[in-house]
Design a protein around this ligand. Structure first.
Ligand code: HEM
Ligand SMILES: *[C@@H]1O[C@H](CO)[C@@H](O)[C@H](O)[C@H]1NC(C)=O
Ligand SMILES: *[C@@H]1O[C@H](CO)[C@@H](O)[C@H](O)[C@H]1NC(C)=O
Length: 499
């Protein structure tokens, strides 16, 4: 039957059907590509059909499925072509550990510098300058050490306490989207902790949000004309920071320590006001982009489980009663919340639930540039290769985390004794990345989450509004950037508790 239908000969095709001719050319391209012997020592490459675009669509639509399929097919080290760029992805915990440990061969600094000017619009010589690398980054590191956190946690707690109490009083009995009960107070408190009580948090939020919502597009390096919305919002955010720091610099006394660290660059004559504003806006992004949605997901996921928030509220109520018995003349307030949230022994269940939320909802890529030839997992990597550690695959590995697709708030009550292929896995949970690029803010983040959730669940109850049928899902397009934001939302009823 097909023989009968045989079409005209090829020369006729060129003139009569340019499309068919083009298809034949694409076919030839692939025949040549497949027949050409490949270099066996390079990591295998994920197959794709569309030149330039590569695996971008498959990977973007279902990153978890894509990475686990490729790992099954090709092993834990493979190359993926997407949007004109080829990168080496590493998916097993043991190989990720070897990349983290060898920071000489697998360099992070150049990527940090590049992100600085490509995504955050820092001037290139500021992003790579010795002042930034040696002085500012060092100051930031010190400010975020557990031993330095007290002033920041105190400022966060007092702001979160005020805004949550007034929100709960005014919304008592109301139904609304869960985000609306979480985001304003959490965003404001982190701004106060990071930049001082006079920072115009509410005014900055729409600019931050517009930038952050398209962050994955900025990170993918799309042409600038497609990015005008987030870039314009970023510019407005920088305007706002610039006038704020000018004002604060003139006042000069009793400044927030993070603001001081930024202003130091200006005062030393290393940075302009605009540079300083840009550095602090980067800080705002790091401060806000992940923590808020960790609190959100913990509530959203537990509300959908049969036990709900009950066990966590019970633990919290116990801690409060004990504290009140020990401090009979002190009214319940920020002092209690800061104390209970900073003591490592209190609230083990809440801490475990936070860890589990991070395991379940983060997609963290740690990028590295190969600077000298090196073997990884039996394959040859060359200088200039970009390596991406895909930590989420370890989080979803049933061998490492039994029943990995289930959310179990008690999973981290004891340190998981994880094994893979019979070997112990030290780094079974890497929501904050690892090695030299590991999140500097992780100690603050874990503390702020305990503070925020303790205050909210002590003063209010939250229940799913029974009339609401929608549920949030993970924004998978944000793969690699930390906590995946919720797409959609659900309505909840908030009620003030009578303590
Ligand atoms: C739950 C909340 C958070 C999550 C999940 C998170 C996650 C991350 C991730 C995945 C990275 C990059 C890791 C890598 O490349 O290996 C990172 C870097 C960073 N984060 Fe966080 N983060 C959170 C909260 C915070 C907070 C509250 C701050 C600030 C106070 C902060 C400050 C930073 C900084 C400064 C870096 C850059 C480190 C570097 O470039 O060396 N983070 N974070
Ligand atoms: C992964 O493989 C399964 C089974 O072979 C297939 O059904 C699924 O579509 C694949 N997913 C992706 C994203 O490639
Ligand atoms: C585990 O990860 C941390 C950071 O996440 C890193 O510093 C450490 O070297 C890793 N440990 C191993 C055994 O790879």
């Amino acid at each position: 039957m097909f023989e009968d239908d045989a079409g005209p000969s090829t020369p006729g095709l060129v003139t009569q059907s340019p499309l068919a001719f083009a298809l034949i050319l694409v076919g030839l391209y692939w025949v040549v590509k497949i027949l050409r012997p490949s270099n066996a020592k390079r990591p295998p490459r994920a197959p794709y059909w569309i030149p330039w675009l590569g695996s971008a669509l498959e990977m973007g639509k279902d990153p978890d499925g894509f990475f686990s399929n490729m790992t099954r097919l090709l092993g834990p080290v493979f190359r993926v072509k997407a949007i004109g760029q080829e990168m080496v992805y590493v998916t097993s915990p043991s190989l990720i550990s070897s990349v983290y440990r060898d920071s000489q061969t697998f360099d992070f600094t150049s990527t940090r510098v590049e992100m600085g000017y490509k995504v955050f619009q820092l001037r290139e010589h500021i992003s790579s300058g010795p002042y930034m690398v040696d002085s500012y980054m060092g100051q930031l590191h010190n400010l975020l050490l557990p031993s330095s956190l007290h002033p920041m946690v105190e400022a966060y707690t007092s702001s979160a306490h005020d805004s949550l109490l007034s929100m709960i009083s005014s919304m008592d009995g109301a139904s609304g989207a869960l985000k609306t009960f979480i985001i304003p107070s959490a965003y404001r408190a982190a701004c106060v902790a990071g930049f001082g009580p006079e920072f115009p948090a509410e005014k900055s939020y729409p600019f931050f949000k517009a930038f952050d919502d398209d962050f994955h597009l900025l990170g993918a390096g799309l042409p600038k004309f497609l990015l005008s919305k987030p870039l314009k919002a970023w510019d407005r955010l920088l305007d706002l920071f610039e006038s704020y720091i000018k004002e604060q610099n003139e006042k000069g006394e009793d400044l927030n320590p993070f603001l001081m660290a930024g202003l130091d660059g200006y005062r030393q004559g290393e940075w302009t006001y605009r540079d300083t504003a840009t550095v602090l806006a980067c800080q705002l992004w790091a401060l806000q982009a992940n923590a808020i949605f960790t609190a959100y997901w913990l509530l959203a996921i537990l509300l959908q489980q049969s036990e709900g928030l009950g066990p966590i509220v019970a633990e919290l109520d116990d801690a409060r009663r004990q504290w009140q018995a020990a401090h009979p003349s002190t009214p319940l307030g920020p002092v209690f919340f800061e104390e209970v949230a900073t003591s490592s022994k209190s609230l083990p269940l809440l801490s475990s639930a936070i860890q589990e939320t991070l395991r379940f909802t983060t997609s963290t890529f740690s990028p590295r540039k190969v600077v000298s030839p090196v073997q990884l997992g039996g394959y040859q990597l060359r200088p200039g290769d970009t390596v991406i550690c895909v930590t989420r695959l370890t989080h979803l590995d049933d061998e490492v985390h039994p029943h990995a697709n289930e959310f179990d708030m008690r999973r981290y009550l004891e340190t998981p004794r994880a094994t893979k292929d019979g070997k112990a896995v030290a780094n079974h949970s890497m929501p904050f990345g690892g090695g030299t690029s590991m999140c500097e803010g992780r100690h603050f983040a874990l503390t702020e989450l305990r503070v925020f959730l303790s205050i909210l669940l002590t003063y209010a109850t939250i229940d799913i509004d029974e009339g609401c049928m929608t549920r949030p899902t993970l924004t998978l397009e944000r793969m690699g950037l930390g906590v995946m934001h919720p797409k959609g939302d659900m309505d909840v009823v908030l009620r003030k508790r009578r303590l």
